[in-house]
Design a protein around this ligand. Structure first.
Ligand code: NGO
Length: 527
């Protein structure tokens, strides 16, 4: 049935007026709405969404033209990428042209739209056009990710009408991949980045060295990768990334607005380095390489000057390869280093990071020593962490150290879901999907006096002592890492497990389509 324009506009207005923030109310009683209206399926939930009446919006089809506003070169790149993605997911080959008419899909970067911030965007859909507006290329990228979730999978169809005005709750939304315990090629890290960026995750932290292996070529200390890279947990051959491969990951991530944060763990977790170079050991003797999963037994020799030449050269090469702001220097579980030595060592490690023009990130144990100005701390405690330890973290936060929250009993993706999970550890307990999602980063440490403003963001680490294959990696990460994406981006007002579980279930077909071997957790209503 054809509805006169003015009448349709009136319906739109009525629907919009009756909606409030966070979710479009396009599923009124009596309407033949799908099980979950399009705007309510979005993951992460947008800051604000107002849907027009069900059945209204832009009909995307083979004749749709994608227009890149010629006033900014970055829009053309996003437009081409969108066309590519729609070809892959919907089978439609859409034409991309330069232009700014509101007709088809229009991508624009608006210099004036400062209110949208560094990562925000606005998406509007009506009978004539879908318009994506952002202040920055990152914002436009996120608008495109939202649009991808709104396009029905095969052959196009209706892009629900309305307006989404969106921006993230936290600036840092990260995932960590441990390629040291089990080696994973750079291609696997790229695949993970591609998956995560769709859900607006903007940081990939790579854990590049540990007792079991060293994974990045360093020219000034070549045996690190050549010899120290030749082991992993168990009997596998290990491996390492060339600088070229690392650079290609950084570039791939950058195209998806993901910043790479490389970690060289120190002074503990260093057996692979100690095995590669005898002079790094206090007794001058190189230990054997290690294939087990114990922690806390290794330490760089804090009192030898060569140790500082070593870290300076390694961090220097790493800084040179890394356009991002951060270098992660570990600092966790230095159980074979005295408190005094640990503090002295970490002082110099932080100095080295600063010398190479970067900001240091360290695991929160550094709060018990002397975090340098600007150093970011990554908290990985649990519900049972001692108040004293949390207090030190709170003190550091009060002194201006931003916090990344990775509570192990919430966000450690290597914890088993439940008794049935084959890979994984349990030292922080089981972490079912609901538990990974159902907490608030803003108030998580408020009992210790940490305000939300001290929280830079959240990160989900995936440690790989027990994870050796892509299938296991994705099984442990998905769907829990979508909870991380949600916590990092969605407004606090959208927090609701029942609603989230439905939205998560709606991502099932997308994950299937992308070949992700996710866990069909029983606490999620998968269709
Ligand atoms: C701890 C430890 C890692 C382990 C991980 C396993 C941190 C920061 N240090 O987390 O070496 O791999 O647990 O869950």
């Amino acid at each position: 049935m054809r509805v006169p324009r003015t009448f349709a506009a009136l319906l739109v207005l009525m629907a919009a007026v009756s909606c409030t923030a966070a979710h479009g109310d396009d599923g009124k009683p009596g309407a033949t709405a799908p099980a979950l209206p399009a705007f309510q399926r979005l993951l992460p939930a947008p800051a604000q969404a107002r849907a027009t009446a069900p059945g209204t919006g832009y009909v995307l089809g083979p004749g749709t033209v994608i227009r890149a506003d010629p006033s900014s070169p970055d829009t053309r790149e996003s437009a081409d990428r969108l066309a590519e993605q729609l070809r892959a997911t919907s089978g439609l080959s859409l034409m991309v042209v330069d232009g700014d008419q509101r007709d088809g899909i229009l991508l624009r970067i608006d210099e004036q739209a400062t209110a949208l911030g560094a990562e925000g965007y606005e998406l509007t859909s009506d009978a004539n056009a879908v318009t994506l507006t952002a202040h920055t290329p990152a914002g436009l990228f996120y608008a495109v990710q939202t649009l991808r979730q709104l396009v029905p999978a095969a052959g196009g169809g209706l892009v629900q009408g309305g307006t989404i005005t969106d921006r993230p709750r936290f600036a840092y939304r990260g995932a960590m991949l441990d390629v040291a315990r089990h080696f994973f090629p750079v291609g696997q890290a790229k695949r993970y980045v591609d998956q995560l960026a769709q859900y607006k995750v903007n940081t990939l932290h790579v854990h590049l060295s540990d007792d079991q292996g060293w994974r990045l070529a360093i020219d000034s200390w070549p045996r690190l990768a050549e010899y120290g890279g030749g082991t992993e947990v168990g009997t596998g051959p290990g491996g390492s990334w060339s600088k070229e491969e690392y650079r290609s990951l950084v570039e791939f991530a950058k195209e998806r607005h993901v910043e790479v944060v490389p970690e060289i763990d120190m002074p503990g977790h260093t057996n692979a380095a100690l095995a590669s170079y005898a002079e790094l050991n206090c007794d001058g003797k190189a230990p054997a390489r290690y294939r087990g999963i114990k922690v806390g037994f290794s330490s760089l020799c804090v009192r030898k000057e060569v140790t500082y030449t070593f870290i300076d050269e390694v961090l220097g090469e790493l800084a040179e390869l890394t356009p991002g702001r951060y270098l992660h220097i570990g600092g966790d579980e230095a159980h074979s280093t005295s408190a005094e030595d640990y503090a002295a060592f970490m002082d110099r490690a932080q100095e080295a990071v600063a010398r190479h023009g970067k900001t240091a990130v360290a695991w929160h144990q550094l709060a018990g020593a002397r975090p340098a100005d600007g150093t970011v701390l990554q908290y990985w405690g649990t519900a049972t962490t001692a108040p004293g330890e949390k207090g030190k973290v709170a003190d550091a936060a009060a002194h201006g150290h931003p916090l990344i929250l990775s509570p192990a009993d919430r966000l450690y993706l290597d914890m088993k879901y439940d008794l049935t999970t084959k890979p994984g550890l349990t030292w922080a307990g089981f972490v079912p999907v609901k538990q990974a999602y159902d907490w608030d980063p803003g108030t998580y440490l408020s009992g210790s006096g940490v305000p939300e403003s001290a929280v830079l963001g959240v990160e989900a680490p995936l440690w790989t002592e027990t994870i050796a294959t892509r299938a296991d990696l994705e099984f442990m990460a998905f769907p829990r890492v979508l909870g991380l994406a949600e916590l990092g981006w969605a407004p606090k007002t959208a927090h609701n497990w029942t609603a989230y579980a439905k939205r998560l279930a709606a991502q099932g077909p997308r994950l299937d389509e992308q070949g992700v071997t996710f866990y069909r957790a029983p606490d999620v209503p998968w269709s």
